[in-house]
Design a protein around this ligand. Structure first.
Ligand code: NAD
Ligand code: IPM
Ligand code: MN
Length: 346
């Protein structure tokens, strides 16, 4: 079997972590009957510099034809206030691929509690899956930007809520059977639509799953107070962006957190949840684990190669348990030396 991967390294630490994942995938595929073709394309700030467009047509077309897309990260201070920004390319890509469900698993593995900024007994046993709606809400509403007045529209349709809620309920059935839906229904109309749509889908098709609702402000508190209480957390685009960065550090570093963005088919977009980390870019300090774990999710969800995903995840877990790791989790490894070790043991 062969797999066609669109490879988008992006900006800052993006190329460092994306190349780490490419090396590990190339190594582990040798053991299994899989040949992986990586085709690299310009994306983000690098693409703005090269051709004035963060998502060039060629890159978009290749992503739409690939089995899966592996992405590092985009953005950086160089483009922050410019008219064309790398982040616009990322949003356009998610929208073009129609990957409306962004899965962000957050786990604190046994023995890793010591890396958490929380007390070990609070961080222990954290194992949640954040399901973030990814192609709607305020990220994609109309914007008006004036010098003295600006608006960002937040719009959701019932259909958009139902399809992502379905993903969350289905995931819960394979996990601990609980969904916490997070909104701001005491203020926002879109949140009341969200809550009604989730409740009605639950009543008609998923009454075997335990469902509760939480307001986003209370949720941001509970995530710190009792993070192990959560199983699947379902939420809209902007809340999911913020809550997943917060949840990621329960494990010690945002550099550990992976993501998979999926739509109705098997094609998916895989990227760590962190950004281009300009403060450490070019220093070989970035933690590649979030991207390695994203590559594992790519093998499982888009290529049906669960055994390769298991190999990558087991190698990473073994390395971390042996005290290997980059500086963000108190280790001595560089991005390269950690990746070398994974390539040896995978
Ligand atoms: P960031 O996630 O890049 O960095 C936040 C902090 O986490 C920094 O201190 C950084 O050093 C650290 N960090 C991030 N990844 C790490 C890793 N792999 N290993 C060790 N430490 C890591 O967030 P930011 O600084 O707010 O954003 C920087 C740029 O990245 C912005 O332009 C933003 O728009 C962009 N961004 C892109 C994506 C993406 O491409 N998916 C995601 C988030 C932010
Ligand atoms: C993420 C990032 C992006 C988002 C930015 C870079 C547009 O923060 O993937 O979490 O907000 O979705
Ligand atoms: Mn984010």
């Amino acid at each position: 079997m062969s797999a066609k991967i669109a490879f988008l390294p992006g900006d800052g630490v993006g190329p460092e972590v994306a190349n780490a994942a490419r090396r590990v995938l190339t190594q582990v595929a040798k053991k299994h009957d899989l040949s992986i073709g990586f085709n690299e394309f310009a994306f983000g700030g690098a693409a703005i510099d090269a051709c004035g467009d963060p998502l060039p047509e060629e890159t978009k077309a290749a992503c739409l034809e690939a089995d899966a897309i592996l992405l590092g990260a985009v953005g950086g201070p160089k483009w922050d206030m410019s008219e064309k920004r790398p982040e616009q390319g990322l949003l356009a890509l998610r929208s073009a691929l129609a990957v409306y469900a962004n899965l962000r698993p957050i786990q604190v593995a046994k023995g890793m509690e010591a890396h958490s900024p929380l007390k070990a007994e609070i961080a222990a046993d954290v194992d949640m899956l954040i399901v973030r709606e990814l192609t709607g809400g305020m990220y994609f509403g109309k914007r008006q930007e004036g010098k003295d007045k600006a608006t960002d529209e937040c719009l959701y349709t019932r259909g958009e809520v139902e399809r992502v809620a379905r993903i969350a309920f289905d995931a819960a059935r394979k996990r601990k059977g609980r969904v916490t839906s997070v909104d701001k229904a005491n203020v926002l109309a879109t949140s009341r639509l969200w809550r009604n749509a989730v409740n009605e889908l639950h009543a008609s098709e998923y009454s075997d799953v335990e469902l509760d609702h939480m307001l986003v402000d209370a949720m941001s508190m509970k995530l710190i107070q009792s993070p192990s209480a959560f199983d699947v957390v379902l939420t809209e685009n902007l809340f999911g962006d913020i809550l997943s960065d917060e949840a990621s550090v329960l494990s010690g570093s945002i550099g550990l957190a992976p993501s998979a963005s999926l739509g109705d088919g098997t094609r998916g977009l895989y990227e760590p949840i962190h950004g281009s980390a300009p403060d450490i870019a070019g220093e070989d300090k970035a933690n590649p684990v979030g991207t390695l774990a994203s590559a594992a999710m790519m093998m499982r969800y888009s290529l049906g190669k669960g055994e390769i995903a298991d190999d990558i995840e087991n190698a990473v877990a073994k390395a971390l348990a042996a005290g290997r790791g980059t500086a963000d989790i108190g280790g001595k490894d560089s991005c390269t030396s950690f990746t070398d070790y994974i390539c040896e043991i995978v």
